[in-house]
Ligand binder design. Structure first.
Ligand SMILES: [Zn+2]
Length: 411
């Protein structure tokens, strides 16, 4: 075949590549090339059409290091102000959640802090969190609003999320979670608040183009099924995708309802039962498991992993990064916890932060796997096999990060 000199922008050689197509999809002694931000060539070294230095402007010799798709954190509440370390301490001293909430703590504390902070300061603290995610191999982040609970602050959060994607080499997908908790102004009047979410907030946010999806916390301490249904209908009417915090503390049937609305994902799922699993399986919905919240809340009820697998439901893993129940930015640690706490295999955990996480965000055609024409987002690890990344908990042996075909400056 006739090849043009320097036909590619960049070429990585001598890599152990996990394409994440059919399991790890491992290609030892392989190379990958990018052109205009997309994967232009991928295969064994011996099939390279010419010597590497003649093929690309930039050639990187990885000396056997492992190259994977960039990680996708498909469920975070990354943009918030304040922190709740004081509550963590109080809980460990024997105080109850109810007592803490009554004295102005809990989600209300984060809502107050997020309402009162300036947009610039909210951006600064949230950007720092996003940077720690990139330092662990993340190239795509979903960010939910939900700590404003009024239109002004929800818009502020979503603008900050968008700006993070403009200044960092990361893809941001934003989700409006106005139905996260009942704001104090609407105490004992959830119906009126849901009216506001459906009739004012969703239309305004959709018109501003600041969210691609809408989420609801459907739970006894959140919103009921009828209220969730109204929010889903409003989301559909405005062309937004659907997500749902479902079955975290009880089996409300929220997963079934969300699946009927073709939700992209249902998330948490510790109390999910078989009818719910069946409904998810029939609707192309991804099950997102959040081991950080399970760990931090010291829950005992495990999500129904065997049933989800039996019905062939794709399972994603995410940090749920939030100040109350999962104050972590480490998706790599979540992969380890998915194995130790939920009994997933390292290979399944990898699918959970790549292919399945991409599906949970509607990005499966372009992100989450390595194949010709897909976006050139990848992480390079200082290990010989992808399972080593899952095994080393508390560390993230990232060597280099590539976003849209360009090496990210991590200094
Ligand atoms: Zn969450």
């Amino acid at each position: 075949m006739q090849m043009n000199a320097n036909q590619w922008d960049s070429l990585w050689i001598n890599a152990c590549i996990a394409t994440m197509q059919a399991g790890y999809g491992l290609l030892p002694n392989a190379a990958i090339a990018c052109q205009n931000g997309q994967i232009a060539w991928l295969g064994p070294m011996i099939e390279l059409p010419a010597s590497p230095s003649t093929l690309a402007k930039n050639v990187y010799d990885l000396a056997g290091k492992c190259l994977t798709p960039g990680l996708i954190d498909c469920h975070t509440h990354l943009v918030y102000a304040g922190n709740r370390a004081n509550e963590f301490e109080l809980l460990l001293q024997g105080q109850t959640y109810a007592a803490i909430a009554k004295s102005g703590g809990g989600i209300q504390a984060t809502v107050s802090a997020t309402r009162s902070i300036s947009e610039q300061d909210l951006f600064t603290v949230s950007l720092a969190r996003a940077q720690t995610m990139l330092a662990q191999g993340v190239t795509t982040i979903e960010i939910k609003s939900g700590y404003g609970l009024n239109l002004e602050t929800e818009l502020k959060i979503l603008r900050v999320a968008k700006r993070i994607g403009e200044v960092l080499p990361v893809t941001i997908k934003s989700t409006f979670l106005g139905a996260h908790s009942l704001p104090v102004e609407y105490k004992n009047d959830a119906e009126s608040y849901i009216d506001k979410v459906c009739n004012e907030m969703i239309p305004a946010i959709a018109a501003a183009g600041l969210a691609q999806a809408v989420d609801v916390f459907c739970e006894k301490i959140g919103f009921n099924l009828a209220q969730a249904k109204r929010v889903f209908q409003a989301a559909k009417a405005h062309g937004l995708s659907i997500k749902c915090h479902a079955e975290q503390l009880s089996d409300m049937g929220a997963s079934m309802l969300a699946s009927q609305y073709q939700a992209c994902s249902v998330d948490h799922l510790e109390f999910l039962s078989e009818p719910g699993v069946k409904a998810i399986a029939q609707s192309n919905t991804v099950a997102v498991l959040l081991p950080g919240a399970y760990y931090f809340l010291q829950e005992k009820q495990l999500p129904p992993l065997a049933l989800l697998q039996e019905y062939g439901v794709p399972i994603a893993i995410a940090t749920d990064c939030n100040p109350g129940t999962s104050p972590t930015t480490s998706l790599v640690l979540m992969m380890n916890m998915a194995c130790t706490l939920f009994k997933m295999t390292p290979e399944q955990a990898w699918a959970g932060v790549t292919t399945h996480a991409a599906q949970a965000l509607g990005l499966a055609q372009t992100h989450g796997a390595l194949a010709l024409g897909m976006q050139a987002d990848f992480a390079i690890w200082d290990v010989a096999h992808p399972r080593d990344v899952v095994y080393q908990f508390g560390a993230a042996p990232l060597y280099s990060l590539v976003k849209h075909g360009k090496v990210v400056d991590m200094s």
